[in-house]
Design a binder for this molecule. Structure first.
Ligand SMILES: Cc1cc2nc3c(=O)[nH]c(=O)nc-3n(C[C@H](O)[C@H](O)[C@H](O)COP(=O)(O)OP(=O)(O)OC[C@H]3O[C@@H](n4cnc5c(N)ncnc54)[C@H](O)[C@@H]3O)c2cc1C
Ligand SMILES: NC(=O)c1ccc[n+]([C@@H]2O[C@H](COP(=O)([O-])OP(=O)(O)OC[C@H]3O[C@@H](n4cnc5c(N)ncnc54)[C@H](O)[C@@H]3O)[C@@H](O)[C@H]2O)c1
Length: 466
């Protein structure tokens, strides 16, 4: 099914007044819709592309599926007595296609219809307020509540000549995650989550990868030590990284691209991958005409996730923290508020994971952020390979580190970062401790399972000079 080709709403639904209209059916919109439908509300959902959103088809799911076989290979090579398993690209590609449902959301659409929701296909615009009025194609509906969950689009950096490149050589996350052949070389613009994950995947599949990062470090919002560890890993992977650098201009060269970097270096590449951030789609809905002010590109919301009375927003469109778990959290907050609770969102301790190998995870504040907030910050770093058995039971040449940032005055953790196998899982110990403000004295008295990475917390906590 090509996106947007299904008929829109049946005639009898024209101009129906609904309890809620959810615009955008990614993780944020789906969470709200699911809860309101379950609670018996009359809901319309609007999707211009595929129900499931960016996350399900071109972002979280395909990247994690694609990264897994190279990770397994690394794990196998590291484990004693296994050998080096081969990667089978056609088999991986086929499983990726299955996991992104062959870009077909008909089962999802049918599922919502069976549950009594009105499913509208097409790009929504908000065309009136008091009550809120939403137009999709030539249909219009009013509702007590409108939920905006329209996500974000790729940020296109200002590069001369970009308009002359087609999607065969200029990839966003969409082309990169639906790739059918592994390119010989790739120039990745941007060195944070998207650039690191896609860059490492391609490199592991045999592509010659160069990452051009504007800032002084990869993952430049994270603790510098974490960035160092990732850079060291990228050296081992043979990935070329150009820091404090940008692509100034590009032109077609044969089947590929010739790029000139800010320092004058010229790079010939088969594909160029844009990974320089994402921009909220709030500006596409017509809200400014209705007096709803945007904050830059983003739709600002209060702590109830409300943008105006009866108007709510969840996920990337709010530009709050562009993660699926945040979109889903905001969706839960919105649904509760629409259903009559008075629930505020609290963004303390949102985990941030990059699913590279080894995994990179962080939560709470970096040391620099803690100091900026006037916190008397105390830090500790533990080399988990020196301190624990677990890394060595998994790998003959393991890597693993854990960093903590504590507040000396209150005796609590305010930040943590982790580098190592399964860090995406064990970062949640720190997330819970920070979120609940658990006293470090109590954390030092916990009993983590032996042998696990969680034991690293005890070592790091004990080495905090409090
Ligand atoms: C390559 C990549 C990998 C990522 N990996 C992860 C990860 O592992 N974990 C993680 O937490 N986050 C990850 N993210 C971020 C994650 O994808 C987003 O934070 C998440 O998708 C946000 O959900 P959302 O519901 O706000 O928006 P989206 O998933 O973008 O969904 C928005 C939906 O709204 C629809 N829409 C837009 N405008 C309209 C309109 N006018 N009318 C109707 N429909 C409209 C769109 O078609 C889309 O389906 C990744 C991002 C990228 C780019
Ligand atoms: N595992 C995950 O949870 C995951 C994975 C991928 C993406 N995401 C989320 O998706 C969003 C987008 O990720 P992203 O990595 O694209 O964006 P980002 O905003 O996190 O990082 C963009 C990076 O590109 C660099 N940059 C910006 N302009 C540049 C230019 N012109 N040239 C070179 N470098 C430039 C920036 O310095 C920055 O490091 C983020 O919020 C991210 O957290 C999450």
């Amino acid at each position: 099914m090509a996106a947007g080709t299904e008929p829109v709403a049946p005639r009898e639904d024209l101009m129906e007044h609904l309890d809620a209209i959810v615009i955008g059916m990614g993780p944020g919109g789906e969470t709200v819709a699911d809860r309101l439908i379950t609670a018996g509300r009359r809901v319309a959902v609007v999707e211009r592309d595929l129900v499931g959103g960016e996350c399900g088809y071109w972002a979280c799911i395909p990247t994690k599926v694609l990264l897994r076989p190279p990770e397994v290979r690394e794990e196998a090579v590291g484990a004693a007595g296994v050998g080096d398993p081969a990667l089978d690209w056609p088999a991986l590609r086929s499983y990726r296609d299955q996991m992104i449902r062959h870009l077909d959301d008909s089962a999802q659409v049918e599922g919502y219809r069976e549950r009594g929701a009105l499913v509208l296909r097409g790009a929504a615009r908000i065309v009136g307020r008091d009550p809120w009025r939403v137009a999709v194609g030539d249909t219009e509906h009013t509702a007590d509540h409108v939920v905006v969950a329209t996500g974000a689009s790729v940020q296109v950096p200002p590069i001369d000549g970009l308009d002359g490149l087609g999607p065969d050589v200029l990839w966003t996350n969409r082309e990169a995650t639906t790739l059918t052949e592994i390119p010989g070389s790739a120039l990745v613009v941007g060195g944070s989550a998207v650039g690191v994950e896609l860059g490492q995947f391609l490199a592991r599949m045999g592509t010659r990868v160069t990452i051009v990062q504007r800032g002084p470090r990869l993952l430049d919002r994270e603790d510098p030590r974490l960035c160092e560890l990732v850079s060291d890993q990228f050296d081992r992977d043979g990935i070329t990284v150009r820091l404090d650098s940008q692509v100034e201009s590009v032109s077609r060269e044969g089947d590929g691209v010739a790029a000139v970097l800010s320092g004058g270096e010229r790079i010939r590449t088969d594909v160029m991958v844009l990974a320089a951030g994402r921009r909220s789609r709030a500006g596409e809905l017509g809200l400014a005409e209705l007096g709803v002010e945007l904050d830059g590109a983003a739709l600002p919301v209060d702590d109830r996730c409300r943008a105006a009375p009866g108007l709510w927003a969840a996920g990337d469109v709010t530009a709050r923290a562009m993660f699926t778990h945040v979109a889903k959290y905001q969706g839960r907050v919105i649904a509760d508020n629409i259903l009559g609770a008075d629930r505020a969102a609290d963004y303390t301790a949102v985990p941030r994971v990059v699913f590279s190998y080894p995994e990179v995870a962080a939560v709470g504040l970096t040391e620099a952020q803690a100091r900026e907030r006037g916190i008397d910050a105390v830090t500790a770093e533990t080399d988990l390979t020196a301190a624990l058995a677990r890394p060595w039971t998994m790998d003959t040449d393991p890597r693993g580190s854990l960093g903590l940032v504590a507040d000396r005055e209150y005796g609590v953790l305010v930040g943590a970062w982790a580098f190592g196998a399964l860090a995406s899982e064990w970062i949640h110990t720190a997330a819970l401790a920070i979120r609940m403000g658990l006293p470090i004295a109590a954390l030092r008295d916990t009993i983590p399972q032996f042998p696990t990475f969680n034991e690293g917390y005890l070592i790091a906590l004990e080495s905090l000079d409090l």
